[in-house]
Design a protein. Sequence first.
Length: 171
Amino acid sequence: MERHGLIIVHTGDGKGKTTAALGLAMRAFGAGLKVLILQFIKGRKHSGELKVLEILGVEVRQLGLGFITKENFDEQKKSARAALELAHKEILSGAWDLIILDEINYAVKFGLLDAEEILELIRIRPPQMHLVFTGRDALPELIDKADLVTEMKLIKHPLQKGVAAQAGIEF
């Protein structure tokens, strides 16, 4: 059976967008697909999920610099541009069945990348490749082009009660 590549979007203000994408990566890897995860904002932080993916041999590249601030905006923009160029190259390489573009929606939201550049990634992908876009505030045009869109909605979060992020839950 020939694979039909899907465009998948995890968006919304709730927790779990990256976690859902990484769970999909594990499922795909377990099914024999070649998986690449490119993280556009996160940088050099090892979550529990990433440790498991490393053990499995799933390739994860953290390309970001962490939180975006006024002070680091120019560096963040350069970092996002380099990540986008890498994504472009890897999509065209034909080496992957599934590529996750983690937090790429944030890169657009904060002005690090242009909307048209993100949509171009869909246009250039091989038809059998799955692409996953994560992050809040997904572009309406991206949602329109997607085959599967999930919106995580925040109802309640422990941070609202002053409970700090905890290993194994938030990272």
